[in-house]
Design a protein. Sequence first.
Length: 260
Amino acid sequence: MSLKEKVAIVAGGGQNLGEHISYRLAREGYGVAVTDINEENAVTVASDIEKETGQNVIGFKADVTDEESVSEMVTRVKEELGRIDLLVFNAGVAKSTKITNFELEDWKMMVDVNLTGYFLCAREVSKVMIDQGEGSIIQINSKSGKVGSKHNAGYSSSKFGGVGLTQSLALDLAEHGVRVNSIMPGNLLKSPMFQSLIPSYAKKLNISEDEVEQVYIDKVPMKRGCTYEDVANAIVFYASDQASYMTGQSINVTGGQVMH
């Protein structure tokens, strides 16, 4: 099967890192389903990618926390694009605050999106991939899924859970030719998610907001933040046949900040 015939779903593909991943996969020859909780974003991004790349690209709303919505997403992609070779689970939310002020509602939101959403998408996609006898599932995780993060109890816990889920899925699906891996990016300093957390990070570090980025750069041996393209490069490799013997892994893309 040639790469040009392969199809990818990018869950949470309508903006930011997800949008970049969707573009990159189309440029690599994938047909792409851009799904997002924001329908307008999904449709617009898909249209723009299709015009630029000439690939088959569809965009529509999907709520990863809703079982019925996820099932409909998978059915629609299979019907419209013919198959599903790759799922990139990129949907994610974060809110930072000290544990003593951590609202249960925020905790539940992060677990629902970051962990339960991953579970639902992987479960439904795996049914298609088992029938095909092949496929790849990649979760966009975080370095906070490897090491605890101050004032990030909900986010880090949901991401640690994702590592356990990735390993368990890999064991469930290996006999069916389906591989499952997590990508663990470092701080995406220019991303809207990180930028939204700068006020709370400034508070916890007791520094001004304009000093936060440099503090996080200084933590990295390679002295720069992670970029969208760093993440996309890892996805393209781990989805390819060149990584055919790699499954159940949590791959650090952290510039040396996390090494285990």
